[in-house]
Design a protein around this ligand. Structure first.
Ligand code: PMP
Length: 408
């Protein structure tokens, strides 16, 4: 273990033996409820039989095929297109950051301009090509060498916004940033809900407002659905809550259900890309495509409806716990199975120490839960969308008990 640079084991001092559905078993036989899901990757649960069978079938035919058409590639693309409101062209990539880099490349090629409007709290990866776009606090110290192509604007973080009308204030700031940089802005890049930045849900109308700004100044609108996508919020893609059509969309994480796979989908009429515009040996890997097709098949309207209704119930319960245990001081927000619980002291002072203590107190009670946020003080619920309600209730009881302990 010491030979690699590790991050998560600092908080989860366990070694995993196996994972099934919504639980994880460690090498000592302890069973944990998984509210991390590999950072919103295992949306259909660990070892999902549908996904497993699809990958196994693919293992019997071809594992690696570059971009030469395969049956699985055709099938995936057909299914994927059905999930979108626009007719896409697709560039396959391998990771979330790879997809975000490629999306920016497409926007720059189309506009022949360089800068990207990106948000406070954004996370689009930490490769050299995405680090400038990323803001999340822990990584901010690495971004200084990569900032020159990025114009940073506020995200409508209503819990921490000083302005009466947070939405309009933010949209005005975006419009002003565009105006000041108009000669060189290519794109606006946005997460429909901030992921690493704190599970911040913007007010209704935010994406529509950005769409209008992009249209007014002929900019490319890039929606990063790496964390919000694949049913996590109760729609296949979170931007569909606002009925907007992005010019480019990035997807990764849950689309491969644990098999590395990502993509950029751009509007067919946006731009004609030259040959070899974006390459990568492993992109469009058949095993990932098989998993992706099965995942999209598994995202039935029934499951999405479950995510919306059960998600609403969960959010209400988190809020009740907030009232009962913490006098309503914390902030609870979310959509579907993407719920944030922001821990604060008096006057909304961020409480990162309490957040780390909660991770430990939950671990002791058999629940894996991780944090995020620009102040590292938001606990995020990102369990598999298939988690049975009984297990969710058990986790909520553990959450209430852990919060009581940490606040005592
Ligand atoms: N975009 C978003 C919204 C993300 O949440 C992440 C990862 N947390 C990324 C991009 C980067 O993905 P990857 O870690 O696969 O590079």
């Amino acid at each position: 273990m010491e030979t690699t640079a590790l991050n998560y084991p600092k908080y989860f001092r366990i070694a995993i033996k196996e994972a099934k559905g919504s639980t994880i078993v460690d090498v000592d036989g302890n069973v944990f409820l998984d509210w991390v899901a590999g950072i919103a990757v295992m949306n259909l649960g660990h070892n999902n039989p549908l996904v497993r069978r699809a990958v196994e079938r693919q293992l019997d035919s071809v594992w690696h095929a570059l971009e030469v058409p395969t049956e699985v590639r055709v099938e995936f693309l057909k299914k994927f297109k059905e999930t979108l409101s626009f007719d896409p062209k697709v560039l396959f990539t391998t990771t979330g950051a790879d997809a975000c880099e490629a999306a920016v490349k497409v926007a720059r090629w189309k506009t022949r301009r360089r800068k990207v409007i990106a948000f406070e709290g954004a996370y689009h990866g930490i490769t050299a090509g995405t680090l400038g776009l990323t803001f999340e606090s822990e990584y901010k110290r690495f971004t200084q060498f990569y900032d020159d192509m990025v114009v940073r604007v506020p995200y409508p973080y209503t819990f921490r916004c000083d302005h009466q009308d947070c939405l309009n204030h933010t949209l005005e700031a975006v419009a002003e940033a565009v105006r000041l940089n108009i000669d060189d802005v290519a794109a606006i890049m946005v997460e429909p809900i901030l992921g690493e930045g704190g599970y911040v849900v913007p007010p209704e109308g935010f994406l529509r407002g950005l769409r209008e700004i992009a249209d007014r100044w002929d900019l490319v609108m890039i929606v990063d659905e790496v964390q919000t996508g694949v049913g996590r919020t109760g729609k296949v893609w979170a931007h569909q809550w606002e009925n907007i059509t992005p010019d480019i969309m990035c997807a990764s994480k849950a689309i491969g259900s644990g098999i590395p796979m990502s993509l950029v989908a751009y509007r067919k009429d946006l731009v004609e890309l030259p040959r070899a515009f974006h390459l990568g040996t492993y992109r469009g890997n058949p095993l990932g495509l098989a998993a992706g097709k099965a995942v999209l098949d598994g995202l039935t309207e029934e499951l999405l409806e479950r995510v919306r209704t059960v998600g609403e119930r969960l959010r209400t319960r988190f809020q009740e716990i907030n009232e009962e245990v913490a006098d309503g001081k914390m902030d609870v927000r979310g959509k579907g199975f993407m719920i944030g619980f922001e821990l604060v002291r008096d006057e909304k002072r961020p409480w990162p120490e309490g957040t780390v203590a909660m991770i430990g107190a939950l671990l002791k009670r058999g629940v894996l839960m991780y944090k995020c946020g620009i102040h590292s003080n938001v606990l995020r619920f990102m369990a598999p969308l298939t988690t049975p309600e009984g297990l969710l209730d058990r986790g909520l009881d553990a959450f209430a008990s852990a919060l009581r302990e940490v606040l005592s």
